[in-house]
Design a protein around this ligand. Structure first.
Ligand code: PEP
Length: 250
């Protein structure tokens, strides 16, 4: 079955110590242990296990923010998809711009990571997005097409794959594309998913980049926006919950 809508996922990035993290997810679980849509949190690797344990009686999804493409081996500091699954993760983000651009990860590596995650039964949250330079140069659609083509995992379906469109220039900046621009990109990405993925019409397509309680309803009301990938605003249970409910979740 495709994921229940809205799909609202919180990427905590390198934020959170155990006590605060457990308190945050405790507040979310108190709102809805069995959300009507798909609600997920992606804590730093150190907290995936404790958070998954804290949420084990709920249907709130817990995932990692990245995984290595190999199952194990001499890769100091890295974490495999098998390790994430072992501590209770059900999902993993791959291809976030902070890894593509900050750490030089290319499409082929992102694809390998996504396939490693699928092999462990994890839901893959595949991020793509153009930089500000590419946006200003009118290259947005070409970049998105290239990234999607290069990093979509073989074996992706509406059950195990989520695609998040995150313009790099909108992440953490308070800036967002116009409604028209979000509509254009999501229409393009939907068409590409329909062509390239089994059941692509039902793959959850998220917008990410400065989503807040104030703009969430307008963004998620748009056709082909099935939810949001939320960074900063997911670190506060009330604002994250407001975004989720703005998208129709209960
Ligand atoms: C993100 O990092 O995936 C993100 C969308 O961040 P923010 O919501 O803070 O822009």
């Amino acid at each position: 079955m495709p994921l229940a809508r809205p799909v609202v996922l919180g990427n905590w990035k390198m934020n959170g110590l155990k006590a605060d993290a457990l308190a945050l997810v405790g507040r979310l679980a108190a709102r809805a242990a069995h959300p009507s849509g798909t609600l997920g949190v992606f804590p730093p690797a150190t907290l995936v296990g404790p958070v998954a344990q804290r949420l084990s009686a709920s249907r709130i999804l817990v995932g990692g923010q990245d995984c290595h493409e190999a199952e194990s081996g001499a890769f100091t500091g890295s974490i495999s998809a098998a390790m994430l699954a072992d501590v209770g993760a059900k999902a993993v983000i791959v291809g976030h711009s902070e890894r593509r651009h900050g750490l030089g990860e290319d499409d082929a590596l992102v694809k390998a990571k996504a396939e490693a995650a699928l092999a462990q039964g994890l839901l893959v949250v595949l991020c793509i997005g153009e930089t500000e330079g590419e946006y200003l140069a009118g290259e947005r659609d070409a970049v998105l097409t290239r990234q999607l083509d290069g990093s979509l995992p073989d074996g992706g379906t509406a059950e195990n794959l989520v695609v998040a469109y995150e313009p790099v220039w909108a992440i953490g900046t308070g800036r967002t594309p116009s409604q028209e621009e979000i509509k254009e990109t999501h229409t393009l990405l939907r068409a590409l998913l329909v062509e390239r993925v089994a059941g692509g019409a039902d793959v959850a397509l998220l917008y990410g980049g400065s989503v807040k309680a104030e703009n969430a309803a307008d963004i998620m009301a748009m056709a082909d926006v099935d939810g949001a990938l939320v960074g900063g605003a997911s670190l506060d249970a009330d604002s994250f919950w407001s975004i989720y409910t703005a998208g129709g979740g209960a």
